[in-house]
Write a protein that binds this ligand. Sequence first.
Ligand code: BDR
Ligand code: CA
Length: 306
Amino acid sequence: MTTRPIIIDTDPGIDDAVALAIALYSEQLDVRLITTVAGNVSLEKVTKNALRLLEFFGKDVPVALGAARPLIKAPIDASDIHGSTGMDGFDFKEPTQDRVLKEHAVNAMYRVIMASEQPTTLVPIGPLTNIALLLTMYPDVKEKIDEIVLMGGSTTRGNMGVMSEFNIAADPEAAKIVFQSNLPVVMVGLDVGWKALVYPEDSEQLKGMNQTGGMIYQLFQKYRGGSMKTGLKMYDSCAIAYLLKPEMFQVVETFVDVELNGSMTAGCTVVDLRGYLKQPSNAKVCVDIDPDMFKQWFMESLGKCN
Ligand code: BDR
Ligand code: CA
């Protein structure tokens, strides 16, 4: 089976942890590098979380530290949702530093992408700071990028501001650079994340599934991404779902830009579904998902973990 080379840029984050589990155990994906970015919590904490997860899974994927703050905006975090460590709820072993590269994430991404025979897919599931820096510092890298499949944005309302989604609002300038990059961009946003839900009965099933399921079950007891009763939202897993089972999504190709200056709307994605702006499309936007197909895929995928 041919595997698809990917780099995951992440800020774990409870839903990031679940997405990483699925990607790392997938036989169709070859996770060549994990890069970290300040987002849900600080760079130091998210990197520690990525290392904890890799140690827990026993996976030898290199980790490179990226941006500790957004390009221009003051940092924000989401510790109210993910807990003060960013991954509250499970007692992980203290991770070794063996997997940590000495290079900055941007340099590590450039090296790994340029050395690959096959074009690489970037999967950012946190703020887009590292990706924007990569595209700006090393424009020649674009030729070797297959696609950017990002979790972020919304076609309607937000989860950070009235209209803005967390990953885009955390670094809107970076997001604008990514949408304007002329690369194939897939936006997997809130519209689908809101329907990618885990209910108490699913969580109970995970508990005894395998050691990963048991760990995730415990993280879910602390995750404030929705209440457990109304369903926990698996935002970041949707980006992995798009890579592995795109048929579960309804996708529209359209023009997307990021509002930088609106006094009430800064950080929101402007998704021109009706073509008002008369601009050529620059993204595939996931506007809907089949929730049952997602659920089945999600449980089956976690069933493949150790
Ligand atoms: C996004 O924000 C973060 O809190 C989640 O990890 C996800 O990437 C959802 O808006
Ligand atoms: Ca995330």
